[in-house]
Design a binder for this molecule. Structure first.
Ligand code: ZN
Length: 261
């Protein structure tokens, strides 16, 4: 566990630490954090870049996909030379080279009900970022967050409709005294497994900056949480990329939810 910064780090992270509620304490919290990013596509490659550049200590990247030509307009970490190479490996290699303070680990697997326990037994993340591109994986990550007592920062975008939310399992909530966070619904409470939400950007199309906005919100909310700032948990934020407008709604608890109840 890091308890101090060296001279290089003081300069490197000086703009973050100038924020009075971040300071050296918040920077050390980032440097001691271990996080997991599921999906290293449009959302994940940007979330991972921001986390690594901010000095987050350990970042696990999970993706079994390979870079394709049609990824390049929005997945700016990748270039034509990376086509047909695993995204987690490419991203980890590039980020590790640029960010010596972080440990970037690639897991070239598809997160599935059969393999997630093996992975989570071997690591101890304190935050999970859902950057996946499909409904089934999003449901699985939500279940993992509940089971593993992990704060979840999730984003998604399809065509011009983006959304993001932060979720804190009640098992974590009961341990967090002196906060204003109220119990709230999980992803499954709001979008049950039988919802008709199977479309993703590979079927619907998307513009690069719209993905970047969702990824930035997700990364910022997660970093705020790690630093110790208050985060608005249990609120679904929607973004209309055509009108550039936001709306939000609280995530109600489904008393019959088979995941979090
Ligand atoms: Zn639920």
């Amino acid at each position: 566990m890091k308890t101090s910064l060296n001279d290089h780090q003081y300069i490197l992270y000086s703009k973050q630490m100038l924020l009075t509620d971040v300071s050296e304490q918040g920077q050390l919290a980032l440097m001691n954090a271990e996080v997991i990013v599921v999906g290293v596509g449009g959302l994940g490659q940007l979330v991972a870049q921001y986390l690594a550049a901010s000095g987050v200590g350990q970042i696990h990247l999970i993706d079994d996909d390979k870079v394709t030509l049609s990824n390049l307009p929005r997945q700016l970490l990748f270039s034509a030379n990376d086509i047909d190479v695993n995204k987690a490996h490419v991203a980890a290699g590039k980020l590790q080279q640029r960010n010596r303070d972080s440990k970037i680990l690639a897991h070239s697997v598809r997160l599935a009900p059969e393999n997630y326990l093996q992975l989570f037994n071997a690591i101890s993340p304190q935050v999970i970022f859902d950057c996946s591109d499909n409904f089934a994986t999003r449901q699985l990550i939500n279940r993992i967050a509940v089971e593993q007592h992990l704060p979840l920062f999730s984003a998604a975008i399809s065509a011009d409709q983006g959304q993001w939310f932060a979720y804190l399992p009640e098992s974590v909530l009961t341990n967090l005294s002196a906060t204003n966070i109220k119990p709230h619904g999980c992803y499954h409470c709001v979008f049950p497994a039988d919802s008709l939400l199977s479309q993703n950007c590979s079927q619907m199309g998307v513009l690069g900056p719209a993905v970047g906005i969702m990824a930035s919100m997700q990364a910022l909310a997660g970093m705020n949480h790690i630093i110790g700032r208050q985060v608005e948990f249990g609120v679904l934020h929607r973004f209309d990329a055509k009108r550039l407008s936001w709306s939000k709604a609280t995530m109600p608890i489904d008393k019959h939810c088979c995941v979090c109840r």
